[in-house]
Design a protein around this ligand. Structure first.
Ligand SMILES: N[C@H](CCC[C@H](N)C(=O)O)C(=O)O
Length: 259
């Protein structure tokens, strides 16, 4: 048994257990630790586990796990990791770090983190008759709807995520309602959480790009159940470049857990 100090952060309601793992107190290859820590009854409870580690070439490396132990790029988690790195004194107001899908930069102003996302290639933007599939570091199914508030996101999201097309690899499912050219509202069913989360960073980024394919602007404000984010990018011949995800990231509490 070991006692582990953890830090609870949230980015627009997407919540994470964050651990300073520069001394390798947690085995980054043991995904069962994420399953235990993220469990909302038997552990701390969160939408993911983030380990901060040293890296020879970047300010830090961020290792992310979903509550089911799977790994993928996490936009809101990255914003929380940046805020934690500042708390640790690893960085001041800007950083270059390594995450699941590659190198990212970020700047901090108050409790707002502006995170660079990877370019989204034309091959990562697939459009169908009534939905889009866009990979922004994690795979996203984007469906425009008009009655977002009434949506049963967990049931309808799971039905898509577990259909034969996506069952094996999984996919995050986003329901988008247009509020105007410069604003959308999004609710997301997250793969690996297997439930609706209050926001999903890579998801709102995918939705902003899909919105632009239907005449939306950049930057675009994105309303989620957990708060408002802003996504900006340049869409050139179906390739999104200079993609940024901006929004608040805040510490909720510190704690110690015995695992
Ligand atoms: N559940 C996602 C990873 C976390 C994404 C989300 N929390 C974000 O902020 O991007 C997946 O497995 O594709």
């Amino acid at each position: 048994m070991q006692e582990i100090k953890f830090h609870k952060y949230q980015g627009t309601g997407n919540d994470f257990v964050v651990i300073d793992n520069r001394n390798h107190i947690v085995d980054r290859k043991d995904e069962s630790i994420a399953v235990r820590l993220c469990n909302r009854k038997f552990g701390v409870g969160s939408d993911g586990l983030i380990l901060i580690e040293d890296h020879p070439d970047y300010d830090f490396e961020m290792v992310f796990f979903n509550p089911d132990g799977s790994q993928s790029m996490c936009g809101n988690g990255s914003r929380c990791a940046v805020m934690f790195a500042k708390e640790l004194g690893i960085i001041d107001h800007e950083t270059t770090f390594l995450s699941t899908d590659g190198v990212h930069t970020a700047t901090i102003s108050g409790n707002i983190v502006n995170l660079s996302m990877q370019d989204v290639s034309p091959e990562a933007i697939k459009s169908f008759d009534n939905h889009h599939e866009i990979n922004t570091g994690s795979p996203h199914y984007v469906l425009f709807t008009s009655n977002l508030k009434e949506k049963h996101v967990k049931d309808e999201g799971a039905a898509i995520r577990y259909n034969p097309t996506f069952k094996e690899q999984g996919i995050n499912v986003n329901f988008v309602e247009k509020q105007g050219k410069e604003e959308i509202s999004v609710r997301t069913y997250e793969r690996g959480v297997e439930d609706e989360t209050l926001s999903c960073g890579t998801g709102v980024t995918a939705c902003a790009i899909a919105h632009a394919l239907h005449g939306g602007t950049s930057p675009v404000k994105v309303n989620t159940l957990g708060g408002q984010l802003e996504v900006s990018f340049e869409l050139i011949k179906n390739r999104a470049e200079k993609v940024f995800l901006k929004g608040p990231a805040k510490k909720v509490f510190d704690g110690t857990i015995i695992i």
